[in-house]
Design a protein around this ligand. Structure first.
Ligand code: BDP
Length: 715
């Protein structure tokens, strides 16, 4: 009896270990045993000399130990002396072996980079991981772990890396009440938690390790629509506690602030940035923050946008507002990230407004201000051209903001791998200086030689056990970090790494899932907003299709009709010279290329042009036919993704397999919902038949228009 109970208990323990390991909780840091051929490649490196140092060094060392034993089944032996070791990690380890070019290569590594080098002397193989700083050692250690996790041979490594951006940040849109704006993975990991910090420590450290593993070095812990209370002592203390936890992982904390804080919590009569009492108030606040958090990163500010207060409330400019905060932060080395996401109902084209408002201010910002610009001119749509602000402000550092959370791409219900979207934007040539002036080199500070460069991703992280709601949404967190570290990486290479680390090395699985991921972005563009269409979703939930929405009294630029302009004459937004002339915000030859529908890339055609339904495309099809094909192709692609996934049963744990399988079922259903809603609605204008070889829609337009969307099911 006793024995049976014991066995049962043991069984439960085994199950619970399996559940937690395969729930997605461990992200890409599962460190499960590798295939035995790989284990034997790595086991010879178990004798390690790890130079002593700060808490950053300590966490890197622990990580290596944990990863090594997990992956190989063999414990690392840390040695006090380097000479018999096969793996040497530390800032000064090259002194023992004097590999001549290592010192030279270290000069290329700047502050956070690292060198990993395999050497063979007297028949003995060794690996050296070295850097100029502890942060570099941390990233070098994680890079070595990744090589092992992905099954790379270690005997001829010669890696020299440094990050492309100085600040690589997550932006959490987390409210102090624990809700997350546009969050689809449960409530905030940071705010309004019942548990003690101690009880949550494991979760926070997993977060920190995950970010360090991909090179994220900063995090904004609260929503850009900021609650002024965040500057109260109580919250400053909370920020300080988070900063303490994240510090060893080279992650700084940043805060979103409300521009009216001096009035709302400071009791001042005004928040005018040119008033001395207001400036004093901010100086004092910043001082309090730095007393609690000596390495505090700085502020993120959404001002005069979507109802948020800002300097324009007092007749001042964005530069006046940003500079006041920058002056307060300057003595401590803090920065201001001032968002350019501004648009007012009065403008003739929302896509032009950020440029119109910010370009005239070029040269007026202090050195520690960075303007944070969303990747596209509107708002995180499945496809947009790059924002014309990139390259247009030579004297001001501009950072790029991507959305990792899928506000407009099916929340955490749709499998959409975002690296291709981000890469497309980063690789876009702005032509502002000459050919090759890509968005990446504008924003990474090299084109105009700026001291600061930054990149931010709006986080998709919540309290869900798998962190991101959809297991595949973890890939978007991962890929954002990898691209922020090195925008030259290829989305498919990043995906392959992630799949191996997150699921399995089984090559059938890896290649099929890679194919699924690489199709997924174009699939969502096709079933939601093909050919340059945008903003067709329900105006409040941003989830399903609602191109028909008409709400009396609503701001026109919140409604899809403003963007698609469908009528019997045709469809699309005329941003050419005969329309809003948004094309002129782009440098030549882009301006002319976008301006002419014959040369405008087809995937942006209706972004820049309003065209008749029978307009002939180079394919020989009419615009209407082509649009139908795109919508149908979108659905077909998701069906194919689903089929490919279904064949993979048994190659990974059932739990994650079934979770993804269920989500794909939902995605197929909803892709059809999008397709049918858009095709049937636009057909009321085109009055043309759906090409006969395509299936008939599965829905009826009236039924779709009356569908009530319940947000509760999606959080
Ligand atoms: C929009 C979101 C809104 C954000 C805003 C922003 O719908 O919730 O507050 O962006 O970026 O896309 O400030």
């Amino acid at each position: 009896m006793y024995v049976r109970k014991y066995i049962l208990l043991l069984g439960l323990m085994v199950i619970s270990v399996k559940v937690s390991a395969e729930s997605g909780e461990a992200l890409w840091m599962r460190y499960l045993k590798l295939p035995s051929d790989l284990q034997s490649l790595y086991i010879p490196y178990a004798q390690v000399y790890f130079e002593e140092g700060s808490s950053t060094i300590e966490v890197a060392k622990q990580e290596l130990a944990q990863a090594f034993v997990g992956l190989t089944g063999v414990d690392i032996k840390f040695q006090k002396k380097p000479f018999k070791c096969s793996l040497l990690i530390g800032k000064n380890v090259n002194q023992f072996w004097n590999i001549p070019d290592i010192e030279k290569n270290l000069k290329k590594c700047a502050n956070e980079g690292f060198v990993i080098r395999s050497v063979k002397r007297n028949g003995v193989r060794r690996i050296i991981v070295t850097a100029n700083t502890d942060a570099g050692i941390l990233y070098g250690t994680f890079a070595l772990i990744r090589l092992m996790q992905t099954g790379c041979p270690l005997d001829s490594l010669n890696i020299i890396e440094r990050p492309k951006y100085k600040f690589r940040l997550l932006n959490h849109w987390d409210n102090l009440d624990g809700t997350v704006e546009r969050g689809y993975a449960g409530r905030s990991i940071w705010w309004n938690r019942k548990e003690t910090l101690d009880a949550l420590k494991h979760q926070y450290l997993t977060y920190a390790r995950a970010n360090a593993s991909i090179g994220i070095n900063g995090t904004v812990l609260n929503n850009v629509n900021a609650n002024p209370k965040v500057l109260d002592q109580e919250y400053i203390e909370k920020f300080a506690r988070f900063a303490d936890l994240l510090r060893p992982y080279n992650i700084k904390v940043f805060m979103s602030i409300n521009f009216s804080s001096p009035v709302i919590i400071g009791g001042l009569p005004s928040s005018d940035p040119l008033r001395e009492d207001v400036q004093q108030w901010w100086n004092q606040k910043v001082k309090e923050i730095y007393e609690a958090i000596p390495d505090f990163g700085g502020f993120l500010v959404k001002a005069n946008s979507e109802g948020q207060p800002g300097p324009q409330d007092y007749g001042r400019s964005h530069a006046d507002g940003a500079n006041m905060l920058a002056r307060a932060l300057e003595p401590y080395g803090g920065i201001v990230m001032w968002r350019a996401f501004v648009y007012s109902p009065s403008g003739d084209d929302r896509a032009k407004q950020a440029y119109d408002e910010f370009v005239p201010l070029d040269g007026q910002f202090r050195d520690n201000v960075i303007i944070q610009v969303k990747n596209g001119p509107i708002d995180f749509q499945p496809r947009e051209p790059f924002s014309p602000l990139f390259g247009a402000m030579e004297k001001t550092p501009l950072m790029i903001e991507f959305q990792i959370t899928q506000e407009y791409l099916g929340f955490s219900d749709h499998l959409v791998y975002l690296a291709p979207l981000q890469k497309e934007c980063l690789d876009s040539d702005t032509y502002v200086k000459n050919e090759g002036s890509t968005v990446a080199i504008v924003t990474n500070g090299t084109l105009f030689k700026h001291q600061y460069s930054a990149i931010a991703g709006v986080a998709n992280i919540g309290r869900d056990i798998n962190w991101t709601g959809h297991h595949f949404a973890q890939a978007n967190w991962y890929a954002f970090g990898r691209l922020a570290w090195n925008h030259n990486l290829k989305p498919e290479d990043i995906a392959r790494e992630w799949i191996k680390m997150t699921f399995t090395h089984d090559s059938v699985f890896v290649e099929s899932v890679l194919d699924i991921m690489m199709r997924s972005r174009e699939a969502v563009v096709n079933y939601m907003t093909p050919m340059g269409l945008h903003h067709l979703m329900g105006w409040d939930h941003h989830y399903g299709p609602a191109p028909w929405t008409d709400i009396e009294g609503a701001r026109p630029d919140w409604l899809p009709r403003y963007y698609h302009n469908a009528s019997e004459e045709g469809i699309g937004f005329n941003r050419s010279k005969s329309g809003s002339n948004a094309v002129s915000q782009y440098a030549e030859p882009l301006c002319s290329m976008f301006n002419n529908p014959k040369t405008c890339p087809q995937n942006l055609l209706l972004w820049f042009h309003h065209l008749p339904w029978d307009y002939r495309l180079s394919s020989g099809l009419t615009l209407w036919q082509e649009l139908c094909y795109h919508y149908y192709r979108g659905v077909d692609e998701v069906k194919l993704m689903q089929k490919k996934w279904d064949r993979l049963r048994g190659r990974i744990d059932d739990e994650r397999f079934e979770h993804v399988q269920h989500k794909l079922k939902v995605q197929v259903r909803e892709a059809k919902w999008w397709r049918d809603a858009c095709v049937l609605y636009f057909q009321t204008f085109s009055k043309m038949p759906i090409p006969y070889e395509l299936e008939r829609p599965e829905h009826d337009l009236d039924e779709l228009m009356n569908l009530k969307f319940d947000m509760k099911n999606h959080n």
